[in-house]
Design a protein around this ligand. Structure first.
Ligand code: GDP
Ligand code: MG
Ligand code: ZN
Length: 304
């Protein structure tokens, strides 16, 4: 029996990398299908497993540190495990071509908080920015750094600050997420040229629109560590948030909430709300509060 890490999972077929970097195609021992009835894939990318090389069988799933799931739809009982044993999540965004809405950032960060996965923001395509876009990038970077999130401003095609990303990813398992077209595949190819991932294609966009099942893939980095690419998965995970807890996942709102008059204040309409006072006084960024309020009011399905 050997130890390995699952680098690709399609629900029935798996690819496993062993401790020496050799890759094997495997299937699951029958017993898994019974025990994991509610997930489309009982074993996911990032899972530590034991496998039988001669029979191409995954024989056991080792305990997980964490995992991220998504439901196929709100009505569906089946969920897909996107990835397991993640050290950090990087959200790649752009100010133009395409521009990423801040609400998308905030929803991603709240999900990362809920999973207790440290999150980092990467603002890509800096080479395309004029004065206005640079100002926006700097503002975004200031707001999120102040809350506690690392922010990098980079250009993959101009090779600006890529070395910093490589350092931040070294020896870690990093989930890379972001809306289609921001440059995720281009970055991964730059970090590991042997990947040769397809870039600039519109197929990913169509996949998102049609909600077809796509499969995340984990790629080794030359300097140590792994990146997990999640094509076609909007945001990541998406939890059915408990409305009473959403503010726990906005760190600066949570800190301010200690000053609210009511212990169960949800910071929407309650009198004596320290959070809304802080928004009015710009101690909390108004767009962050707006994202919070919209998550309180909106249907989770929109970002699935
Ligand atoms: N100008 C510019 N274009 C970029 C940069 N990074 C990626 N692109 C381009 O953006 C397009 C989408 O990139 P891709 O990696 O496929 O995005 P993905 O959908 O996030 O994987 C491609 O045409 C890339 O060449 C960048 O830093 N600057
Ligand atoms: Mg891509
Ligand atoms: Zn309040």
């Amino acid at each position: 029996m050997r130890h390995g890490i699952v680098i690709k999972s399609t629900g029935s077929r798996y690819r496993v990398i062993d401790d020496d970097g050799n890759i094997y195609a495997c299937v699951l021992k029958g017993i898994f299908r019974v025990s994991g009835a509610r997930t489309t894939n009982p074993v996911a990318v990032g899972d530590n497993v034991t496998f039988d090389e001669s029979e191409s069988l995954i024989t056991a799933l080792l305990p997980r540190r964490n995992y991220i799931i998504r439901k196929a739809s709100n009505l569906s009982r089946e969920s897909q495990i996107i990835a397991a044993n993640i050290d950090q999540a990087f959200l790649m965004i752009s100010i133009k071509m395409p521009s990423t809405p801040v609400e998308f950032i905030d929803r991603f960060l709240a999900t990362a908080e809920a999973y207790r996965v440290p999150a980092t923001i990467i603002i890509n395509k800096a080479d395309l920015y004029g004065t206005e876009e640079i100002a926006t990038a700097l503002k975004i970077s200031e707001v999120y750094r102040k809350i506690g999130y690392p922010v990098f401003i980079i250009s993959v095609t101009e090779d600006e600050n890529i070395d910093q990303i490589a350092v931040a990813m070294k020896d870690k398992t990093t989930l890379v997420s972001g809306n289609s077209g921001v440059g995720k595949s281009t970055l991964l190819n730059r970090l590991n040229p042997s990947l040769a991932l397809r870039t600039g294609s519109i197929s990913e966009y169509h996949e998102q629109g049609r909600h077809v099942t796509t499969f995340p893939e984990m790629h080794p980095l030359p300097g140590g560590g792994y990146v997990i690419d999640t094509p076609g998965i909007r945001g990541f995970g998406v939890i059915d948030f408990d409305r009473n807890e959403i503010y726990h996942f906005f760190p600066e709102i949570f800190r301010m909430a200690a000053g609210c008059r009511f212990y169960n204040c949800l910071h929407m309409n309650e009198p004596g709300c320290a959070v809304r006072d802080a928004v009015a006084g710009n101690a909390i960024e108004p767009w962050r509060y707006k994202s919070y309020a919209s998550m309180m009011l909106e249907d989770n399905d929109k970002y699935r």
